[in-house]
Ligand binder design. Structure first.
Ligand code: G3H
Ligand code: 13P
Ligand code: ZN
Length: 312
């Protein structure tokens, strides 16, 4: 199967009451860990690349690694997506350079400017067979070099979504309902909450339209504890409870973005490994279990959170 857009996978996910995982990729082991889990479980997947990933690993390396994964996983649809495209030029570079989906993130702009920017990207993308995710509402947390405080974040306003989708022609919409980027999503001692009423309202206004949730790592405490037990310092790291994401996946949410949990799986595994094997210095020795940890974590998400096993 060649690289695909997200159109068909989102349609099936919407109708089937599940979501597709969108996992951030930055190196070979991450690409392999994710796609091996998806291949084993016959699960569709979005591999997403941020501006920071392109700066770290280089566009060509990432595209070629994803193409290699497509060849190695013949049974599953894989989409290659630009995560948080910051401007038209970056989206164009990815559209011209082999991606099948791009996100234009104008969520920090005033409504009309967000519309204009997204519309421009949609026109170029659609002319080249590529789909576009846009965003309304602002998530808290850290992404690339942008840090949005909880006070500056804002939920998506349901009354704006129809006009936004109509005017931009975007193919999916990322919304803010209380998820946030990074490993510190809720204050310790507070009850994690998502605004399912906002999601419900939005989905009624956009029947059949795929909704995207960013900032959806669950920050598994086994990883946090392992990191802290082996020299790390991540007190009070808290994520979105898995059962809330499962609920969202049954609703209009068709794409769930996960990056921090990959970072935690790798870091926990390598920290533990170094403690146990202080004399080892061959990267293959510690990257192998790290890759396996990514694979195990993704398999867990597919079965217990996304519900997309067997949906390839
Ligand atoms: O939403 C942000 C993703 O976790 C990507 O993070 O920009 O540091 O690559 P990054
Ligand atoms: P997390 O930080 O919760 O993994 O979110 C990732 C994300 O939204 C990528 O766009
Ligand atoms: Zn995001």
């Amino acid at each position: 199967m060649a690289l695909v857009t997200t159109t068909e996978m989102f349609k099936k996910a919407y109708e089937g009451g599940y979501a597709v995982g969108a996992f951030n990729v930055n190196n070979m082991e991450i690409v392999q860990g994710i796609t091996e889990a998806c291949q084993d479980l016959k699960s569709p997947v979005v591999l997403q690349v941020s501006k920071g990933a392109r700066a770290y690993a280089n566009h060509n390396y990432l595209v070629k690694m994803v193409q290699a994964a497509v060849e190695n996983c013949p049974d599953i649809p894989i989409a290659l997506h630009l995560d948080h495209g910051p401007d038209f030029e970056t989206c164009k570079a990815c559209i011209d350079g082999g991606f099948t989906s791009v996100m234009i993130d104008g969520s920090s702009l005033p409504f009309d400017e967000n519309v204009e920017l997204a519309k421009k990207v949609v026109e170029y993308a659609h002319a080249h067979g590529v789909v576009v995710e846009a965003e309304l509402g602002t998530l808290a947390g850290v992404e690339d070099d942008v840090n949005v405080s909880a006070e500056d974040s804002s939920y998506t306003r349901p009354e704006e979504v129809e006009e936004f989708v109509d005017r931009t022609g975007c193919d999916s919409l990322a919304i803010a309902i209380g998820t946030s980027h990074g490993a510190y999503k809720f204050k310790p001692g507070t009850k994690p909450q998502l605004r399912f009423d906002v999601l419900e309202d939005i989905s009624k206004r956009l029947p059949g339209f795929p909704i995207v949730l960013h900032g959806s790592s669950s920050v598994p405490q086994e990883f946090v504890q392992k990191i802290n037990a082996h020299g790390g310092k991540m007190p009070d790291a808290i994520g979105i409870p898995e059962e809330m994401l499962r609920e969202a996946a049954k609703m209009a949410v068709c794409k769930i973005n996960i990056d921090s949990d990959i970072r935690l799986a790798i870091t926990a595994t390598i920290r533990e490994y170094f403690d146990a094997h202080p004399d080892h210095f061959d990267p293959r020795q510690y990257l192998k279990p790290a890759r396996q940890a990514v694979k195990d974590m993704v398999a867990h998400k597919i079965v217990n959170v996304l519900g997309c096993n067997g949906k390839a």
